[in-house]
Design a protein. Structure first.
Length: 322
């Protein structure tokens, strides 16, 4: 680059009938001046930045502006309070979901897919490694499970309490067990089983859970039902934590209005899951409900667009939609 500049400047000066030694001298001076300017530009820019006056008219390179320091401190405190409030919200949401799942009557109010997710979460708490199958075309099994070296198939049916399940339904599960080479089967049903189904299950290593046995299974996984009537909420203005009845708003001790965003109808089985850390930025992830399913999304979206699939959910998204 320097040689090209030298050649162009020399050619221009030669065209003006200037002696060759003057041409060389002037070309060298121009190149040296340009190089000096290039080296000085960063220093000059840095000097102007250091001596720039703040919005209160004070040169921050000489003394610290107390007003600016106060604004920066309040902004840091605001961000810290917002982060703590978000973390508390996530913890309370998980606690509320656990409390909701610890009540056996909650399972009778679920839809079919939510019931499958709840049963998968239940057996996970019982020490099984659970892998759910797609919601449709599942081949007669809703989940595969492993424990103590054994492979199990789990089938779930969210039926009315008086609706019976017969031998034919269990035969489908047995066929799936043979195909998957599973040692035992588990059939969870909110209805009841017929006598022929119970006899067939005993012959084919299938454990049956109906509307009467489901509560015992839930208590084994979650213990005694937890309290889901109150929730802790943090004031985003001052950081004060207060306990509110579920679904109600309140006011903190400093007179700030506190909005309680947690509602029992907004709690799902997914809310009981421990959110992972983002693999790119390390931020705690949150559940995102898309048009095709739920997945983990980074809390710093759109700055970070990292996603992860939720265990037991069929992977739907590879990235955020733009």
């Amino acid at each position: 680059m320097t040689l090209i500049a030298w050649y162009l400047i020399s050619a221009y000066l030669d065209s003006k009938d200037i002696p060759w030694w003057i041409s060389i001298f002037l070309a060298a001076m121009v190149i040296a001046a340009v190089a000096l300017i290039i080296r000085l530009v960063p220093h000059v820019t840095d000097w102007f930045k250091r001596n720039k006056r703040c919005q209160h008219g004070i040169r921050t390179s000489r003394i610290q502006c107390e007003a600016c320091n106060g604004i920066a401190l309040r902004e840091r405190q605001r961000r810290q309070t917002a982060d703590e409030s978000q973390a508390l919200h996530a913890r309370e949401r998980r606690r509320l979901a656990q409390a909701w799942l610890s009540k056996s009557e909650s399972y009778f109010k679920m839809g079919s897919q939510e019931f499958e997710n709840a049963i998968a979460a239940l057996f996970t708490r019982l020490g099984y490694k659970v892998q759910q199958t797609p919601f449709s075309n599942d081949g007669g099994k809703d989940a595969l499970a492993w424990k103590d070296g054994k492979k199990y198939l789990i089938e779930c049916k969210r039926y009315a309490e008086d609706q019976p399940i017969g031998r034919r339904d269990l035969q489908i599960l047995v066929a799936a067990m043979l195909e998957e080479k599973a040692e035992e089967g588990i059939y969870v049903n909110t209805g009841r089983f017929t006598g022929s189904a119970i006899a067939y299950a005993l012959q084919n290593r299938i454990d049956l859970y109906d509307s009467t046995r489901l509560s015992a299974l839930v208590n084994e996984a979650y213990g005694l039902p937890l309290d889901a009537s109150r929730v802790d909420v943090m004031c985003r203005e001052c950081g004060h934590v207060l306990s509110l009845s579920l679904g109600t708003n309140g006011m903190c001790r400093n007179g700030h209005s506190v909005v309680n965003e947690l509602r029992i109808e907004s709690v799902s089985v997914l809310g009981s899951l421990e959110p992972p850390k983002c693999k790119k930025c390390g931020t705690q992830m949150r559940i995102v409900k898309g048009s095709r399913g739920s997945f983990w999304g980074c809390s710093r979206y759109p700055s970070c667009r990292s996603t992860q699939s939720i265990p037991g959910q069929v992977p739907r998204f590879r990235r955020w939609r733009k």
